[in-house]
Structure formats: C-alpha cells, structure tokens
Design a protein around this ligand. Sequence first.
Ligand code: HEC
Ligand code: HEC
Length: 400
Amino acid sequence: MQPPVRTAGLALTLALAVALPGCRSDAAPGGDGTEGTAGGSSVGESATTTTSSSSGLGADASSSADWDEGSTTEPLIPIDCTESCIDVASNAGIALCYSCRCKAAFDNWLPGPDEVQCSEATPIISYHADLSGPEIVLAPSLPDATDCANPSLLTGSCRQGSKLGQLQHGDVMLRWICRDPYLDLNGEVLYEDMGLVGQNVRTGVTCFWDDIDDVTHDDDMPPLDLMEASDQERARHQEVFYFTDGDSCKECHDHDPFIYTPYLQSTDWITVAAAKSPYSLVNLNGTGRATGNFHLVSPQANACLACHRIGSQNTCESFVRDSLGLNKDAPYEQQVRDAAQPGSPHWKLAYWMPTVAAPVADFATWVGLFGVARDHILACCAAPGRDIGDCLWEPVPAEG
Ligand code: HEC
Ligand code: HEC
C-alpha cells in the first residue's frame, strides 16, 4: 500500500540519502511485500516500472536534467501585468489579472489548453486489499464501491475514473485533479469537481484554480492563460472557474502546495516536497503573501522532517494521523482496520509513511526509525502551531 513516489532532482535525492538512515541512494522501490495482481495495476509493479524508467528516490538522475533547465538560466523578467490588471472590479477582470500574475510568477509560462485536460491525466485507481495470504494483494475495487483500501482523504470517494495530471515546466510544477466522473444527460463524462495547483518551486509562489463543480468534461477545460485566449475562451473560463486565490485551499494544502495520499498511488507522483521550497500565495496587486500556516521544526521529528515539512493545519489534524495507521474509519474497508491492529503482518496497508521509495522491512524496524518522531508529532499536533513542551513551530516560509 505504498506509493511509487518519485523525487525530482538529484540534489534532493542526495540530500535525503545523507539525511536519513534507510534513505539509501540505491534504495529499490517495490520490495515492500505489496504484490501485484494479474491485471498489472498493483502498487509494487508500477513502482518498479517507475524506477526503471526514471528516478525514484534512487540514484538515477535522468529527470533532473529537464528539471534544472529553468533554474540554471538567467532569471526572466516577469511579464508586465499593468494592462491585464486594469479592471479588478469585475469577475472577468479579476480572472485576467490573476492569470497574468500567475504567468509572471511561473517564469512567464502557463500551459496551453491542450496540455491540461482531464483526458491528459492519469487514472486514479481505488483498490480493494486481499489479506488472505502473507502479502498484501491489491486489485481495483468495484466501480461502485463505497469502501476501499485508499479512499480520497478529501471526499472519501472510492469511485473509479478520477484522474490526476502532472506537468513540469522549468521550475514550475502544475497538477490538476478531475474527481468522480459520471455521465451527463448527453452521455458524456462529466467530473463532479476539477481543480489545479501550480507552484514555482524556486520562488515558492503558488496559484490555485477551482471549478464551480459539474462543469468540466474530458476535453473542455478552458485555458489558464487568458492573455492569449480568445473572447470565447475567456467566456468559457468564466463559466468554469470561480475566483479563488488559495485562501480556502491552504487549510489542507498547508505546509507546501501539494498533498500526496494513497488515493493517488496509481499515479506516477513526482514529489517536490523534499526541496522545502518557500510557499506563498499571489495577490492581485502582484505582491505575494504568506499562508499564515506553521510547520513543526523540533529535532525529535527529524526522522520524518528529513523528507518534508509537517504542517499545522490539516496535515496535523488529519493526514499525519492517517499515515500513522490512526482514524481508519469508513470509507476505509475493514482490511485496513485489521492491518492497523498491533502485530498485523499487513501493517503497511495502514501505515503509508515513508513511501515505497524508502522501504522499511518490518514494523519493529519502522518503530526503531520513526517511533520517537511519531510520538512527538502526535503530541505536538494536539496543539498545532504552539510551542508547548518541547514542540517547536515556525511559520511556513513565504520567501527563500
Ligand atoms: C479539506 C481539505 C482540502 C481542501 C480545503 C482542499 N483540498 Fe485539494 N486535496 C485534498 C487532498 C486530501 C488531496 C489529495 C488527494 C485525495 O486524497 O483526495 C488534494 C489534492 C488536490 C489536487 C491534486 C494535486 C495534489 O496536491 O494532490 C489539486 C489540484 C487540489 N487538491 C486542488 C485544490 C484547490 C484548488 C483547493 C481550494 C479551492 C483545494 N484543493 C482545497 C484536500 C483538500
Ligand atoms: C524517505 C522520505 C520520507 C520520510 C522519511 C517520510 N515521508 Fe512523508 N512523504 C514523503 C513523500 C515523498 C510524500 C509526498 C509529498 C509530496 O510530494 O507532496 C510524503 C507525504 C506525507 C504526507 C501527506 C501530506 C503531504 O504533505 O503530501 C504525510 C501526512 C506524511 N508524509 C507524513 C509523514 C510522517 C508522519 C513521517 C514520519 C513517520 C514521514 N512522512 C516520513 C516522504 C517521506
């Protein structure tokens, strides 16, 4: 039940390898006792495919070449948004201004309309776990399943057909999610919810977009770049997106803009979390602002903090507990609750940190590596953001 998570950039890989015992640079994903099904949709198998073609947490630097392109060149002069931001009183004017600010923040790049569509994204597969043997065997759950081994930690959905897209351009990571499709009155696939998050991981500046729900099909996502868009495309943008500047997103997307959960394990998730980039939101006047969130910095948590921050909002409240085998209520299937019981040979179904990229042989070893950090984090997350006892927190940095 562990994800095939890839790390972008060799530097990060090496930093991790040095920082954490068990984060070996030759660590081979896949050897975690999670076995595939005949259909080839297993976690173990996709992890293996991932590493052979690209980097994993391993030593292969093949993805760092394209990743570094943007950062080695001279800093670009951001496009001038004076014109685009003339009218921030109307919805259309706000959308145009936000588009320009985000493009400037993304080193003068926003994706073309064809690159970012639900049809261009990878299936998110919901799994049922078979624990009848010594190893965890995952098979896609039934299309209408209401419980599963990896429900969405936002919606609780176990339905099939959702999708995750990822696009890297220079220093920018853009992800979009298309959730819970159904057939509309014309028999076309319509998604209940669609949203995007993009971050310039060099500068930390982040933009969010969210649709008004039940308006996005496989191929009709409007362009994000409104400076280049036709009147018709701008109108479509208005129909699909309401304006958000991320204030409602940072509650969950708290310590960095991206959230990995096992719901996304079928995707080829490329992590940028280890860079611990700054994280800021965009104001329409072109300035940035901090999220106001905190992250845990006490050394007792270092075994976990070696790879990413722990945030004071929903990471504390919900995601951390979930990753540590806690709160496995419905829509988790019974198998996950069984796996969370002390002594279960299938503990990896309930404990999903660290990822398969840094495999841990057995639960005793896991407790040896992470027991102290676990207890400390759970204690500090009882009063997130407050320096009580030996818990130390700092604001999530908005600038590098
Ligand atoms: C109540 C918590 C919550 C809030 C608020 C929230 N999200 Fe998320 N989001 C999640 C979770 C959890 C995931 C990971 C996938 C899953 O388990 O469903 C996620 C994943 C995503 C993804 C896929 C990329 C990634 O980081 O995994 C996008 C895009 C996204 N959210 C956009 C948004 C936008 C835009 C907003 C604000 C309008 C928002 N989210 C607000 C919980 C939240
Ligand atoms: C070897 C590296 C590694 C270690 C050690 C590690 N994690 Fe993670 N963790 C990851 C990666 C990679 C992700 C995906 C983050 C991303 O790309 O946004 C992640 C994501 C998470 C998430 C989901 C929220 C998010 O930010 O995406 C939680 C919660 C989490 N880790 C908790 C922990 C806890 C608790 C520990 C210590 C018991 C721990 N992690 C140790 C690599 C690690």
